[in-house]
Design a protein around this ligand. Sequence first.
Ligand code: SF4
Length: 183
Amino acid sequence: MSVPRPKLTIATCSLAGCFGCHMSFLDVDEALADLIDHIEFDRSPLTDIKHVNPNGVDIGLIEGGLCNAENVEVLREFRARCKVLVAVGACAMYGGVPALRNGIPVSELVAEAYLGSDLLNPQVPQDPELPPLLQKVLPLHEVVPVDYTLAGCPPPAAAFKELIMAQLENRAPELPQQARRFD
Ligand code: SF4
């Protein structure tokens, strides 16, 4: 009798992203029912677990780039605790739409957002719990090493499935053309 294989543990998070990549992951539709026998979610918006298991997980999927200090902290936790770290989508790989702010000084952005003359009682939020903005939005690989990337905005559902199947079968993923192009 074969010994049942332990489930693959997966953590996911959205940093400076829009959750579109998570929606695409869920688009694996009925395949999710097959996968669910083989995977278990750890930290993720799907479970509401707030930290990656300190004992480590198999795969970390991160959508979104880094726009503030908290994003960097979360990324470092994922890198330290995930065997395989995956930059999911254009924002994680390049900064994406949030990086459009990179040509403008943060002070100008904050002034535009919070100090406009047409606002009632304009003021910059000072709550110490608000994480400081980075000067530029960064892709993940500029801060930690990344093992795989899934291209697209968002990457196709099939790319998530293949990545997970490859890990389950202990082989390199064969990503579909759509998940390897950059438009
Ligand atoms: Fe959203 Fe696209 Fe960025 Fe994914 S890559 S978080 S879908 S904007």
